[in-house]
Design a protein around this ligand. Sequence first.
Ligand code: BGC
Length: 714
Amino acid sequence: MKNLLRRSLSTPLSAFFSVLSLCSFGCIAAPAQAPVPDSPAIEAQARAMISKLTLEQKIELLGGIGKMSTRAMPSIGLPPFKMSDASVGIRTWGPTSAYAGGVALAASWDPSLARKIGESLARDARARSVYFLLGPGVNIARSPLCGRNFEYLSEDPFLNSALVVPYIEGVQSQGVIATVKHFALNNQEFNRHNSSSDVDERTIREIYFPAFEAAVTRAHVDAVMNSYNLVNGVHSTQNPFLNLQVLKGEWNFQGILMSDWDSTYDGVAAVNNGLDLEMPIAKFMNAKFLLPAVQNGHVKESTIDGHLLRLFRTELRYGFTSRPQFDPADSTYSVADRAVALDGALESITLIKNDGHLLPLNRDKIKSIAIIGPDAYPAVTGGGGSSEAHAFAPVSILVGIGNLLGPDVHVFYSPSLPDSSDEKKAVSDADVAIVSVGFDAKTEGEDHDRTFTLPPGQDALIESVAAVNPHTIVLLTAGGGVDTSRWLDKVPALLDTWYPGQEGGTAVADVLFGLHNPEGKLPISFDRSWESNPSAKWYYGDPKDNTILHTTGADGNPKDYTIEHIHYGDKLMVGYRYWTTTGQHPLFPFGYGLSYTSFSFANLQVPATAESGSTVPVTFDVTNTGSVDGAEVAQLYVSDPSAKADRPERELKGFEKVRLAAGQTQHVTISLDARAFSYWSESAHKWTIDPGKFVIHVGDSSENTPLSADINIQ
Ligand code: BGC
């Protein structure tokens, strides 16, 4: 790793940018400040601030200002607090560090990486005076079409929860508020303002809530962002089930609930149903709507005070009113961040196909290489929309490979299939051909879905290169699965790079040439076709189910919206839950990923019986049976064959990433808590364990679990 980093940092650009480190201008370091717990003193201070405000001033503070800030109130010593998006990098002004975020982070299956990325993002935020980081996004990858899957994590609530907790802890440990988003059920981008995700409560509780629940109850996230979409016919910003009953009630969320940008539709309903802050400005939670509502009794002033109490209390706990958020100890351009970005890319790149052990390539034997395709250059670090971060010196796949190979290897590059016959020879004669395809910030991003097929011409490009060069390796840049049907059996190797962040090219080169053993595992089931995805037939609403929502526009005039109802008829059968329950198979299963070494699993120990609600220790051994060092993700799935309710055949309830030298064995212990055996009972309206037989499966993907053992829960 150290050598690799030296190589990546030897570029002239990095030397230039290092002078931008603001501490080099001589500044005083302010230590990162993690939030203090709530206390009577903070509560009293927040209430004292509220008591000095007129009703008009209170209402004013319920909305943001500009595009990315809370409002100031100098009379009570309240400055404005700046926000920034951050799914892959801090997006405020100028260039930044861009990490393997979202789905790439999920492909790493590494909670410690999540923590490191969270800390780095927060330091980047402090270096830019940002108080609120508008991430992480944790919506479930229900369909590969959702344009923002790349910003989110995986198809599995347990994996999302396991990653979001350290991520948030990392962000908040640095004195920056994390904002988990988008609450809830924002699983598609089409028609996002006017679609209603209509889902039964059990599915919401088991699939779509857990990552938010973990963010609140385990990581103590201090801000939550509502989604654009409606949930079961009610806009999320005014949805009492989401905001009052569950978030602030059952989960006891004490922080700030903000709207997504322009996702508030009714000021009175929002203020009464839990929304603390309308962003980016108060179009609805403003004096025009709220003053008369207070006067006529539709909104209580104490409700407004409650929202302000959350805002002030949280901001005071972070010391926002008493210390500068700008932390000169944090670099705007950070060499340490580059190492984190490189780790992220290295850990997430997923080897999907490697016929005949074509990979790793032997550096000594490669004399010529053809690198073809639109994603090879310039670097594609992330998808598009509000998360788009502009990295300082992103390393493209072309440059990353070129840097690694050095001057003695001939590199032929073309963004598309060359026309001239000479160049076509260059492709066929090359020792190896890399075809780098997929999406980019224009074709996969916010506010629109993407296609399951690759962008126009890319299938044909792969086929043409594969037809002339048998050593064709496809590199895929995408937030999820794509249609590979035209070319997968014609190419020997496929690597999924997701969106690898700014160091992606360096990491790809290291993986291709065996300097790093691939360790990513699919955080999604890779579908054969869009139609085979379990959500496909439920993905769009039926126009005959459309309803009209009568409301009042920001101008005070009546306004009607046509709402498209999306019935999540796939219910619990998301991703591998569907495939393992039906006994069918996707193209590549959730959890799958190849390595340059091999691993075996043995000695599973599970107690024969356990008391319902007790913690169950599960142990087993993982051995690196190959000849090179590598990392494996041991995955634990639980089946509940004696449940009274229908349950998915298996569900992920534990995992552990182990790094093993060739020949080494590691003894792994995973503790299963009560939730690992529970389902949400609609009739009992609570998490329930039906006593009886459960089966514990351990292996390296949702479909390959060589170890299994029964346990009787009493
Ligand atoms: C996105 C949010 C983002 C906000 C601010 C919205 O369009 O949905 O995720 O945080 O913009 O940029």
